[in-house]
Write a protein that binds this ligand. Structure first.
Ligand code: AMP
Ligand code: ZN
Length: 113
C-alpha cells in the first residue's frame, strides 16, 4: 500500500525542508504557492481531515493556530493572513491528511472562489 504523502513528509522521508518541527507538528512551504507566503502546518499523526477531529485534539489545534501566527510574523507578514483547511472533494481537499494552509502577502479577498 502506498503511504500517505504527508505522513512521508512528516517522517522526514522526503527532501522537504521544514520551517518548523516538533513532536506533533511540521510546517513547510506549499509546493504550489497561492500567495507570496503559503505554508502548510501538518500534524504528524495521520488524520483524514478536520471532519474527523474530536475534542481530544483541541490542544493540537491551539498549537497549530499559535504556530501559524508565529511563522507569518517571522516572515514579516504583519498585515494579516488566512488559515484554511479544506475538507473532502467539494471542499477542495487533494491530500487526505489533515493540514492547515497559512496564506499571506496579498489581498486574499472574500468570499473565496
Ligand atoms: P489541499 O488541496 O487542501 O488538500 O492541499 C494540499 C496542498 O499540498 C496543495 O496546496 C499542494 O500544492 C500541496 N502539496 C502537494 N504536494 C506537496 C509537497 N510535496 N510539498 C509541499 N506541498 C505539497
Ligand atoms: Zn498521512
Amino acid at each position: 500500500m502506498q503511504e500517505c504523502l504527508f505522513c512521508s513528509i512528516a517522517k522526514g522521508q522526503t527532501d522537504t525542508i521544514f520551517l518548523y518541527e516538533d513532536d506533533e507538528l511540521v510546517a513547510f512551504r506549499d509546493i504550489s504557492p497561492q500567495a507570496p507566503f503559503h505554508i502548510l502546518i501538518v500534524p504528524k499523526a495521520h488524520m483524514q481531515s478536520a471532519a474527523t477531529l474530536t475534542e481530544d485534539e483541541g490542544s493540537i489545534l491551539g498549537r497549530v493556530f499559535n504556530l501559524a501566527a508565529r511563522l507569518a510574523a517571522q516572515d514579516g507578514y504583519t498585515n494579516g493572513y488566512r488559515i484554511v483547511t479544506n475538507v473532502g472533494e467539494e471542499g477542495g481537499q487533494t491530500v487526505p491528511h489533515l493540514h492547515f494552509h497559512v496564506l499571506a502577502g496579498r489581498n486574499l479577498g472574500w468570499p473565496p472562489g
